[in-house]
Design a protein around this ligand. Structure first.
Ligand code: HPA
Length: 280
């Protein structure tokens, strides 16, 4: 399934740029399904189904067409990707990384990702927002395999401070201003789609993990390879296996996600305002 090549993605980016005037992009956002970011004060210039953007078959959930929204304000633009590609859906690493790479090719300087996760740390309760400061990639793959590593230098990118310290500080400050606390933590990326065993979670805790999820790390590696600054906000929707003593259900993940969505959106809006002010 993983047939995406650099030249195919570059052609897709050229097509996108020819069809849609993005303006000077301030940032690209990617939200897990269910979270859609409205940008107050910005005008919705286009809403484009993924099937028209990405040069590979896009799986659609019943009743849900993933789209990218282009927001414009005067000379500036904002891309919001509503829904992401996961390895557990059968996409290859290069396809999973197509969103940040497209954003980078279109000129976005910043990549902001949100995701849902399970908390490994008893001090991080379900419903908390975590600003990701680092990751542990347990997905056993990389978006830089094969020709993607040769596509751009460096083939061996440094991932120190992959999660931009200034953006992390700005996100924490925005959360404080909005009246809630966030903590920083390490995101452990697993393949999924099964949740983890309690023994795995105990191992991840000893390794230094704070939250665990099935997305995002491939995107971050690709974004850093292209030089985008990265911010990741993780919503801990549940205590990970064995931590809360309760079995995990997808329903719980969805319900807590729904309840915390307002806070996450409020935080994202402040992050956008901060980025806008910086690029003014
Ligand atoms: N584990 C992995 N991914 C997740 C979890 C979890 O507990 N919760 C939400 N996404």
């Amino acid at each position: 399934m993983d047939t995406l090549t650099p030249s195919t993605l570059e052609a897709a980016a050229r097509t996108f740029a020819a069809r849609h005037a993005t303006g000077e992009l301030v940032a690209a956002f990617v939200a897990g399904s269910g979270i859609s970011l409205a940008a107050p004060g910005w005008e919705k210039a286009a809403e484009i189904p993924y099937a028209e953007v990405f040069p590979f078959p896009v799986a659609e959930l019943p009743g849900h067409t993933p789209t990218v929204t282009l927001w414009r304000k005067r000379t500036r633009g904002l891309l919001v990707f509503n829904g992401r590609f996961h390895l557990y859906q059968g996409y290859g690493a290069a396809q999973v990384a197509a969103i940040p790479r497209l954003a980078g090719l279109l000129g976005a300087p910043v990549y902001v990702a949100t995701n849902a996760s399970g908390s490994i740390d008893p001090a991080v309760s379900a419903g908390s927002l975590v600003v990701v400061r680092d990751h542990i990639n347990l997905q056993a793959t990389s978006p830089l395999l094969g020709e993607w590593g040769r596509w751009r230098a460096p083939m061996f990118p440094d991932l120190t401070d992959a999660y931009d310290p200034a953006l992390r500080a700005a996100a924490a400050e925005s959360a404080r201003a909005a009246g809630f606390a966030v903590s920083e933590g390490v995101y452990v990326g697993t393949l999924g789609p099964n949740y983890e065993t309690p023994a795995e979670i105990e191992a991840f805790r000893r390794m230094g993990g704070t939250v665990v999820g099935m997305s995002t790390v491939q995107e971050v590696i690709a974004a850093r390879h292209l030089g985008l600054r990265v911010l990741v906000l993780s919503l801990a929707t549940n205590m990970a296996a064995g931590i809360g003593g309760l079995p995990l259900t997808h329903q719980e993940v969805l319900e807590v996600g729904e309840a915390a969505r307002g806070r996450l959106l409020g935080l994202l809006e402040r992050v956008v305002a901060g980025l806008e002010a910086k690029t003014a």
